[in-house]
Design a protein around this ligand. Structure first.
Ligand SMILES: Nc1nc2c(ncn2[C@@H]2O[C@H](COP(=O)(O)OP(=O)(O)OP(=O)(O)O)[C@@H](O)[C@H]2O)c(=O)[nH]1
Ligand SMILES: [Mg+2]
Length: 294
């Protein structure tokens, strides 16, 4: 439940599904077979979708960061995030995976990262083999979509919900690149409770283990602050500081009514979350870089 003055802005989720332990172990086992790691992060939450467990596991591997779903994030914030990552000397590409032609930039970036090793092999007269990369990231960030796009066919199952991929799978893209798809993994405890909220807003945590109402309240408060016009245009309601009031107004406006004409708040909440996630209120970068505000 949101508290009375609507200041609660975090959730605490303590859980760790068993299949993620298995996925982590399998990733660990396969790491010595790959030259590098391609880590996908969600462009709407570039820091919150950075998995500390992956950081630890892959610390010794060269890494390419892909900010996926750039079409869902606000361009100005993506620019800022990219420049911050580049300042840390991280190789980064922001992509709209389904729509963009991604093969050239991805192969190029991977080759750049592996340049020294490839040069060394050439000097020793070894014909370089394809670069092998493990594709990792939180659930629902677009790993399998990324691989299918590079393969130009659907070899991996995808879906707009977390936990679609359950097993590791190799994909040979071309003579230069081979990729290993992995199941999305989270980590056992979020040190910063806002991280859970961000991941929930972007659909990286299963809705049925979430306090969805709390997440929706936070999303509504954030959008009422940052996207006033979008809210007004979509729902044709006056804004209120109380998110519950907002959901009730939306329910009335949409005709979501219970018996005796009461607003069906639950239906309004579910509709709202779905509409935000499918960009009906426009692009939103939930996590703005520290030191910035809109
Ligand atoms: N708009 C947009 N949608 C994307 C992008 N990349 C992936 N998606 C969508 O995100 C959803 C999740 O994609 P998947 O490829 O299944 O994600 P995953 O990381 O493999 O997920 P798990 O296997 O559950 O860990 C799908 O509905 C994709 O169509 C992108 O760049 N832009
Ligand atoms: Mg997948």
């Amino acid at each position: 439940m949101c508290n009375e003055n609507n200041t609660q802005t975090h959730i605490n989720i303590h859980w760790y599904p068993g299949h993620m332990t298995k996925a982590k172990r399998e990733m660990q086992e396969k790491l010595n077979m790959v030259d590098m790691v391609i880590e996908l992060r969600d462009a709407r939450i570039p820091n919150a979708s950075r998995n500390p467990m992956i950081d630890e596991l892959c610390a010794h591997k060269p890494r390419l960061i892909i900010l996926s779903k750039k079409d869902k994030a606000q361009e100005e914030w993506s620019k800022e995030w990219i420049s911050r990552l580049k300042q840390e000397h991280v190789q980064v590409l922001a992509l709209d995976i389904p729509k963009e032609n991604i093969i050239k930039p991805v192969v190029h970036a991977a080759q750049l990262i592996m340049k020294d090793k490839i040069e060394r092999q050439k000097r020793r007269g070894i014909r370089p083999r394809a670069i092998r990369a493990m594709v990792v990231g939180v659930p629902n960030v677009g790993k399998s979509t990324f691989i299918n796009k590079l393969m130009k066919k659907r070899i991996a199952q995808t879906g707009d919900r977390p936990g679609v991929t359950r097993a590791l799978q190799w994909a040979r893209i071309n003579d230069q690149l081979e990729l290993l798809d992995t199941p999305g993994v989270l980590w056992p405890k979020f040190d910063d409770p806002m991280v859970g909220m961000y991941l929930a807003a972007c659909g990286s945590i299963k809705d049925d283990i979430l306090p969805l109402e709390e997440v929706a309240c936070w999303m509504m408060m954030t959008l009422c602050e940052r996207k006033k016009e979008a809210i007004r245009n979509r729902y044709h309601v006056e804004l209120s500081e109380d998110p519950y009031e907002m959901f009730d107004r939306i329910a009335m406006e949409r005709g979501f009514l219970l018996h005796q004409q009461e607003p069906d708040r639950k239906r309004a909440i579910e509709t709202f979350v779905k509409e935000v996630r499918t960009d009906k209120l426009g692009r939103i970068t939930w996590e703005v870089p520290h030191g910035n505000s809109e």
